[in-house]
Design a binder for this molecule. Sequence first.
Ligand SMILES: NC(=O)c1ccc[n+]([C@@H]2O[C@H](COP(=O)([O-])OP(=O)(O)OC[C@H]3O[C@@H](n4cnc5c(N)ncnc54)[C@H](OP(=O)(O)O)[C@@H]3O)[C@@H](O)[C@H]2O)c1
Length: 254
Amino acid sequence: MYLKVLVTGATGQLGLALLKQLKNTDYNVKITSRRKLENFNFEWVYSDLLTGEGLKEAVNDVDVIIHAATSPRKDSDMIDVSGLKELLDISQGVKHFIYPSIVGIEDIPMKYYRNKYQAEELLKNSSVPHTIVRATQFHSFVENLFLSKSLFKRYLVPGDIKFQSVDVDEFAANLIQMIEQIPKGKTEDFGGPEILTLREMAELKIKINNEPKKVVSLSFPGKLYRALLNGKNTNSHRKVGKVTLEEFLIAKVN
Ligand SMILES: NC(=O)c1ccc[n+]([C@@H]2O[C@H](COP(=O)([O-])OP(=O)(O)OC[C@H]3O[C@@H](n4cnc5c(N)ncnc54)[C@H](OP(=O)(O)O)[C@@H]3O)[C@@H](O)[C@H]2O)c1
């Protein structure tokens, strides 16, 4: 019998990357989210981590969970902490609970990251066999957040802060190969292949897209800015991903 794998947050960036690859495996895949996906033939269950609706049905009969549901918005504590707690309470029979997290969360003062850290603590203290895998920010995430809009042909960015962005498909592949591994508690970070400042990232985008634009670098006061300036969201010892931001941007153009 093939393992039954539940993917939560199936409609998200990571969720979709997981599904694209899981459809080429022999796993019996079940997916859950609030919105229904049309393009995949997997068994789908509606569930909401805010209200608990549908969670039991989603977890029922699965061997492995890859928990890619999250909410970086204001209800993050309800989804990422309370919602995870409820999910863990009903996941006692699960063989492996795989949890994607983020590099440096204990050193970056943001509410969402504090919630992710609390979520990791919940997992550590639970009896559900699990593996926590931290990744750096996805290429698409950094691009959408900082490089999707320009003003008067200028990218206004906090140019000195650093990212080690990583390809979401590579991270998804890394999570999938863990499905049959023994739960490890926590693994080494999964970082992108290079650490670049946001100014360098914006200049790359301008070059690749041949945009008549300039980069204007801004600096900000505060602990969050300082943490990112000091590269707390990066891990120079774990440049594991292969696909660079440049390759990601070129692939988008072609
Ligand atoms: N983005 C990054 O750069 C990055 C980097 C490292 C690690 N990670 C981690 O990777 C994981 C996935 O991130 P992502 O960027 O793929 O997230 P995302 O694109 O924002 O997707 C979030 C998913 O969560 C689901 N969701 C939201 N609220 C929900 C609720 N109340 N109940 C049930 N499902 C809900 C959404 O589906 P519906 O709205 O359809 O329900 C969606 O599928 C997270 O744990 C994140 O911390 C992300």
